[in-house]
Design a protein around this ligand. Structure first.
Ligand code: PLP
Length: 378
């Protein structure tokens, strides 16, 4: 019998500890492991960078939740990105969605370009543009929904086009989480998460996770994980494991709150446009219904008063905390152009200066709406 997602999220990587029966997994801090004679490893562990029992539980959990056969954990979402980009060689070309987390673009453009990897930013919602761009590329990097414009990319269609060109497809599924979308089921080769966001869920841990069904990719990633050493601490792995237990509940509640707030914003005279995958006028609405269990808890909007009004608005909320990051129990508000996406200024990924982004949390939606209403009044 196959358990459903909600059950798997509670139980994946959470078998009671065989030694003690502990229901919450032990945090194994030891950096080295006794060998029974040279090379006689107990449980396969030798050195904490190479492998750690708490990390292994997290890696097993993400593999289960993504329907993968391998999970690999890193010290941050960007460390996971970096280690995936190690799969490329000088002269390779990367096709990156033209609306992406600013740090992903910065890494590709400011670091990898120096090592001979060329990155082209392409609107991956335009399949004709994708068909053209994938020729001669080695990797296609999807982010969906995109950050911060909330475009939704057709994973199956892009993965098919990439495969015909011999390129691998990576999906940064940080906004969707495996509860909303399972990219590997749709034909992607690799799925990546900033576990700092919904998987951890409480704004208290930085982490990155990758999952794949490819033995070859997993083997190379494990080699990079050990060779480059960007590994998460055992305590950080434990925090993400704990976050996973409530992922389904948090996504349900925050997505419901976001849907309500998105509709409420569309009726406000101060707002010129609302970007949210759950709205009837979202450009990829049909795809959202096919590809996402729920439309998610991220939304962006623009104010009639432009950037000045947006700057005053984000400083005027009480419950929505003005801060970078997203995906936690508490609601956050930010100005992408000046904060999370400052690094894409002047690039093809530049975002409108007056765009406000909300990460909607699990608070009472009445209180959240009252907070936004008070900020409009202010
Ligand atoms: C979509 C997305 N991918 C990757 C990252 C990078 O993750 P981290 O901050 O854990 O390095 C972020 C961070 O905001 C993100 O929003």
């Amino acid at each position: 019998m196959t358990d459903r997602f909600e059950t798997l999220a509670v139980h994946a990587g959470a078998e009671p500890d065989p030694a003690s029966g502990a229901v919450s997994p032990p945090i194994q801090m030891s950096t080295t492991f006794k060998q029974d004679g040279v090379g006689g490893l107990r449980g396969g562990f030798e050195y904490g960078r190479t492998g750690n029992p708490t990390r292994q539980l997290l890696e097993e959990a993400i593999a289960v939740l993504e329907g993968a056969t391998h999970g690999v954990a890193f010290a941050s979402g960007l460390a996971a990105t970096q280690n995936l980009l190690y799969l490329l060689d000088p002269g390779d070309r990367l096709v990156l969605t033209d609306d992406a987390y600013g740090g992903t673009w910065r890494l590709a453009d400011k670091v990898w370009r120096r090592y001979g990897v060329q990155t082209d930013a392409v609107d991956l919602t335009d399949l004709d543009a994708v068909a053209e761009a994938v020729h001669g590329s080695r990797m296609v990097w999807i982010e969906t929904p995109t950050n911060p414009l909330l475009k939704v990319v057709d994973i199956s269609a892009v993965a098919r086009l990439a495969a015909t060109a011999g390129a691998m497809t990576v999906v940064d599924s940080t906004f969707a989480t495996p509860y909303l979308t399972r990219p590997l089921d749709l034909g992607a080769d690799v799925v990546l998460h900033s576990a700092t966001k919904y998987l951890g869920g409480h704004s208290d841990v930085i982490g990155g996770l990758v999952a794949t069904r490819s033995d070859q990719v997993a083997e190379r990633l494990r080699f990079h994980q050990n060779a480059a050493g960007a590994v998460p601490s055992p305590f950080d792995c434990w925090l993400v494991l704990r976050g996973l237990r409530t992922l389904a509940l948090r996504m349900e509640r925050s997505s419901m709150n976001a849907g309500f707030i998105a509709e409420w914003l569309t009726a406000r005279p101060e707002v010129t446009r609302v970007l949210y995958p759950g709205l009837p006028d979202h450009p990829q609405r049909g795809l959202v219904e096919r590809q996402m269990r729920l439309p998610g808890a991220m939304l962006s909007f623009e104010l009639r008063g432009g950037e000045d009004a947006a700057r005053r608005f984000v400083a005027a909320t009480r419950l929505f905390t003005l801060a970078e990051s997203l995906g936690a129990v508490e609601s956050l508000i930010e100005l992408p152009a000046a904060m999370t996406h400052a690094s894409v200024a002047g690039s093809p990924l530049e975002v409108p200066g007056g765009l406000v982004r909300l990460s909607v949390g699990i608070e009472s939606v009445e209180d959240l709406v009252a907070d936004l209403a008070a900020a409009f009044d202010a």
